[in-house]
Design a protein around this ligand. Structure first.
Ligand code: ADP
Ligand code: MG
Length: 596
């Protein structure tokens, strides 16, 4: 006979999927605190979470009605229909965690919404007898799970020893803390502090708090950017490889996730010639990507993420890491010291998709020909440098980010070949490509002004008019509204003629016609790209053309330019991926001249 199951039974079954062990409950509850924008989260467990899990946060809390709804199955404030999943930014979205946890525990949730006069407390046992009473307390939420699986003894039996269950919880909390450095975390187990990490905007400080100072002190950092992806990589250098795979992490949009095979393959490939075979790299890869370019809904506990374009990330990560690993010292000096050591192993690296990555490979032979081996692109990450841990990792220093390597003290030594700015800064010599640097500064300024809707525009007293060929003019017509949106106002003025009336002031005093021509030329090469890419391409083209045409980077402005450059998010490459600078450290020079 077929029976419709009671809600209680349904919840218990669902609980089996979401809460297999205490770890899952901890993770879900902490994710709720993160989704509630808390910046201070305290996690307490007793008997490895079997007896008690308590998570206290200072997030936005709930009112009485939300509290009531929160323990109902598929009650979520985070999405309202399936389409929302495409843009999901929050960690939770299925609305089944709390109902599942409450179904198999003695559950208490105390919450106060910011600004509300009073707070509320909800209690339930095994999801039954839900009671809500007023309560006192500060803003935020305390979620308490007692006697997990008290009413599902079979599941309780499946649990491992306290030590094993505790280790799983600690590892998960560590990952969450690594993924969210801007949030303070504290984990206590049976009253003892396991770790405590103050919020910081410096990832290396967080890594130091969680994985230890010693490991953090050998890490190097390099960032990469590509259209809708940003990758921030902390990695061990050639001399600091590890004996195991313990320190290998991936975070996608602040979510710790399992390392996919292709990514492990990519990283090991990049390290191929840099570390011995039996050794392992330590790395933390932070990826920021458009939510619509990943699928987070492919795994019950959200440990896996599917990227819509894995090969793009593979290539970017490989290239960046490989460059960073091979260019930490001046290449000429490297040639001197490592000529004999390096073997050519990776002439034809094929990545998982079968794309050849051989254009990144270096052969032993090419060590003899530095000019050929080191293409400009490969310098993109030349700055990979050991990140410094502040002397004193205590509370005060935790608040301040590490001083960036560049500041007002840079010494501009001069200009070479009307193109390069030579700068001394803190024991290092830098050669900047002034065009690439100016392009980067302009590009980020353009984006920032657009984003804040404060694009400063320049009205033309006498509008510039120009004519295009039939095909180019139809391409321009097609893109007129997009250009207008980006502050470049062009009107049709006859059949193939156009008139420019206004353009972004940051492009400077240059022939806007030339800029338009450049934009149209670039658009012509790649016609079928989506609107976002197109917008970005137009901005990049405009910035590049404006620098070329105007060349208004006088040597006297060099210092300002370099300082502006180092305020950029991605100072080391121009928007087209060319490097902006080349570094020679004093140490490299001394080695070269055999003073050391
Ligand atoms: P989900 O996170 O998938 O939406 P949950 O069952 O984990 O589902 O939580 C249900 C709802 O309860 C959330 O959508 C949120 O509105 C609310 N909630 C849970 N925990 C908190 C918290 N710590 N602070 C504020 N709101 C919370
Ligand atoms: Mg949740």
């Amino acid at each position: 006979m077929i029976k419709v199951l009671s809600q209680e039974t349904i919840n218990k079954i669902a609980a089996g999927e979401v809460v297999e062990r205490p770890l899952n409950a901890v993770k879900e509850i902490v994710e709720n605190s993160l989704d509630a924008c808390a910046d201070n989260i305290i996690i307490e467990i007793e008997q490895a979470g079997k007896k008690l899990i308590r998570v206290s946060d200072n997030g936005f809390g709930m009112d009485k009605k939300d509290l009531e709804l929160s323990v109902l199955r598929h009650a979520t404030s985070k999405i309202s229909d399936f389409n929302d999943l495409e843009h999901i930014q929050s960690l939770g979205f299925r609305g089944e965690a709390l109902s599942s946890i409450a179904a198999v525990s003695k559950f208490v949730m105390k919450t106060k919404k910011k600004g509300a006069p009073e707070g509320w407390q909800l209690t339930t046992e095994g999801g039954k007898n839900i009671k809500i009473v007023p309560s006192s307390g500060s803003n935020g939420t305390i979620t308490e799970v007692k006697d997990l699986f008290f009413n599902t003894p079979a599941r309780r039996k499946f649990l491992k020893t306290d030590a094993t269950e505790r280790t799983k919880i600690v590892a998960s909390c560590e990952e969450t803390a690594l993924a969210n450095p801007e949030i303070s975390f504290k984990l206590l187990s049976d009253g003892k502090t396991v770790f405590s990490a103050n919020k910081t905007n410096n990832k290396i400080e967080r890594i130091s708090d969680i994985l230890g100072r010693q490991f953090a002190s050998v890490l190097k950092n390099v960032k990469a950017e590509h259209e809708k992806v940003l990758i921030d990589i902390y990695f061990t250098g050639r001399d600091d490889s590890q004996n195991n795979k313990k320190y290998q992490y991936l975070f996608v949009n602040s979510r710790p996730v399992n390392l996919p095979k292709w990514l492990v393959h990519c990283v090991y490939n990049a390290y191929k010639e840099s570390i011995p075979r039996e050794k392992h790299p330590g790395f933390l890869v932070y990826i920021i990507i458009e939510p619509s370019d990943i699928d987070v809904n492919i795994h019950p506990t959200k440990r896996e993420v599917k990227f819509s374009d894995e090969s793009q990330i593979y290539d970017l990560l490989y290239k960046t890491l490989r460059n960073a690993l091979t260019t930490q010292v001046h290449p000429n000096i490297q040639i001197q010291s490592e000529k004999c050591k390096v073997k050519s192993e990776n002439k034809n690296i094929i990545n998982h998709d079968g794309h050849s990555a051989s254009h990144f490979s270096h052969s032993a032979l090419s060590f003899m020909e530095p000019q050929k081996r080191w293409t400009t692109e490969q310098y993109a990450s030349v700055f990979a440098k050991p990140s410094v841990i502040p002397e004193d990792c205590n509370r005060e220093s935790a608040v301040n980010p590490l001083p960036f390597v560049f500041d007002e003290n840079i010494k501009v030594l001069g200009q070479a070949f009307d193109t390069y700015i030579i700068v001394e800064n803190r024991g290092e010599l830098y050669i900047f490509d002034q065009h690439a640097a100016a392009e980067r500064v302009r590009y980020e300024l353009y984006l920032a002004q657009l984003k804040s809707k404060k694009l400063k525009s320049q009205q033309m007293l006498i509008p510039e008019t120009f004519e295009l060929s039939a095909s180019l003019s139809s391409l321009l017509k097609y893109n007129l509204s997009l250009l207008n949106e980006l502050g470049i106002n062009i009107e049709e003025f006859g059949d193939k003629s156009f008139r420019i009336t206004e353009y972004p002031a940051l492009l400077g005093n240059i022939s806007i016609e030339q800029i338009i021509r450049k934009i149209i030329d670039d658009l012509e090469i790649e016609k079928n790209i989506d609107i976002e890419k197109k917008r970005d391409k137009i901005i990049r083209s405009a910035c590049r053309a404006s620098i070329k045409a105007g060349d208004n980077v006088a040597p006297v402005e060099a210092k300002k330019l370099i300082n502006d450059l180092f305020k950029c998010d991605f100072p080391f490459t121009c928007p087209h991926g060319r490097p902006t600078a080349y570094k020679i450290s004093l140490n490299d020079l001394e080695k070269f001249f055999k003073r050391k």
